[in-house]
Design a protein around this ligand. Structure first.
Ligand SMILES: Cc1cc2nc3c(=O)[nH]c(=O)nc-3n(C[C@H](O)[C@H](O)[C@H](O)COP(=O)(O)OP(=O)(O)OC[C@H]3O[C@@H](n4cnc5c(N)ncnc54)[C@H](O)[C@@H]3O)c2cc1C
Length: 383
């Protein structure tokens, strides 16, 4: 096991290879098409569903693959190598499912885990137009009424919102109690009063859809509350501990792809009578890429493994997320440099990688917020 021998079990190798083959045979060849058209990659999603890749973190008893977070990270890196827009579209359901896994009742898990296993998609609704980093600043309200709650509010930047058939949604049930008054709910897309905005046009990850979700007097029965009233903020924070290693893995897949493209190109391209990697400036840039991809991978594997052991992993999950995202961005920018003028052209792969990389420093908590968490972990607790 990783952490002791750094080895993978036979099953882990198998699932990693399955994801690698899927990325090379299904995702990478279609990536340019979905990047250019901004279409949702339904044909790939359907094939991913057949392999269980949209239900990786749904336990087997509810019909999913039941992978550990460490295994999910292995798979996530491979899929992201093919295209991070497509891999984000695949993994968004796993994120939407996490609040149910963390705080849902047996009935929730059976019903919604089963729906995911049957091919339905989910989305995670926290962010609002005026509250992203500051989760406690959300305005969405859930007013208690007989038999349930009436939800009103507006979520934005929700990955997979247009295609999802249910959402995990955070809202205040008691604003006076500040973040202790926030609660989590499961909301079916077809509930009266729920609507989805037109998807946003984005810098990158065009294959992944991002839209707003609006709740207007939406009645949600008591049974759709996750855990108990007031648990919402805690659930959202627990989701981040589990989701950040996966997001880091996406950044690593992108960075590994940029590195692979650079190694290939720097051997083919010549200037001043030499292959360009033989110019020390280019060779060293690629050496730095390789070092940082490996370092990001080790941090991410460790963070996922700790989560699987049930060990507190908030600090290392933030290390992994910030380090992987920041290095993926730098590596993608450097990859464009290695390709010179061709790097700026969309017919070469690194231009897309540079556009796709940026989001890793923003979603699932920005790189600044990760550092705030690290400072809090370093200074906020007695050691
Ligand atoms: C493509 C995409 C997909 C997304 N998918 C989802 C999703 O599925 N579900 C969901 O709920 N959300 C999603 N998000 C939202 C995402 O998590 C937020 O955009 C992100 O957390 C940042 O919030 P914000 O955009 O409001 O920026 P702000 O919070 O307004 O931050 C703006 C800038 O200020 C900095 N900043 C803010 N506060 C601090 C601070 N205390 N200290 C230092 N710097 C600070 C930030 O780092 C950032 O640089 C997505 C966003 C995008 C762009």
């Amino acid at each position: 096991m990783i952490g002791t021998s750094f080895g993978l079990t036979d099953e882990q190798r198998e699932i990693q290879q399955l994801a690698r083959d899927f990325a090379r045979n299904e995702i990478a060849p279609a990536a340019e098409h979905f990047d250019k058209t901004h279409e949702f990659p339904w044909p790939i999603i359907k094939k991913a569903q057949e392999l269980g890749l949209t239900s990786m973190n749904v336990p087997e008893q509810y019909g999913g693959l039941g992978l550990s977070l460490f295994e999910e990270v292995l798979v996530g890196e491979e899929l992201a190598w093919g295209c991070t827009g497509v891999s984000t579209a695949i993994s968004a359901t796993g994120l939407g499912w996490l609040p149910i896994l963390i705080a849902g009742s047996e009935a929730h898990k059976e019903a919604y885990g089963g729906r995911i296993a049957d091919g339905e998609l989910a989305a995670y609704c926290v962010t609002e137009p005026e509250a992203g980093s500051n989760v406690a600043g959300i305005k969405t309200n859930a007013r208690k009424v007989d038999g349930g709650y009436i939800i009103n509010g507006r979520k934005t930047f929700i990955t997979g919102a247009p295609e999802a058939s249910f959402y995990t949604v955070f809202a205040y049930t008691d604003r006076e109690k500040k973040h202790k008054g926030m609660s989590g709910f499961i909301v079916d897309r077809d509930t009266e009063g729920v609507s989805v905005t037109k998807p946003f046009d984005k810098l990158g990850q065009h294959a992944s859809s991002t839209a707003g979700v609006i709740f207007e007097d939406v009645f949600i029965p008591d049974e759709k509350l996750l855990g108990s009233e007031g648990m919402g903020f805690l659930i959202a924070m627990k989701v981040f501990d589990k989701s950040r290693p996966g997001t880091a893995a996406g950044a690593i897949g992108l960075a590994q792809r940029a590195l692979d493209e650079c190694i290939r190109y720097a051997k083919e391209r010549e200037s001043f009578g030499k292959q360009i990697f033989q110019h020390q400036a280019i060779g060293h840039m690629i050496a730095d890429m390789a070092m940082n991809v490996e370092a990001a991978r080790l941090l991410t594997h460790k963070s996922a493994w700790l989560v699987d052991q049930g060990t507190p992993a908030t600090k290392i999950a933030s290390f992994a997320k910030a380090f992987s995202a920041d290095h993926a961005m730098k590596i993608a920018v450097d990859a464009v440099q290695v390709f010179g003028g061709y790097g700026f052209m969309s017919e070469y792969p690194v231009e897309k990688l540079m556009r796709d990389a940026k989001i890793f420093q923003i979603y699932e908590g920005t790189s600044q917020i990760q550092r705030n968490i690290i400072v809090r972990e370093l200074f906020g607790k007695s050691r």
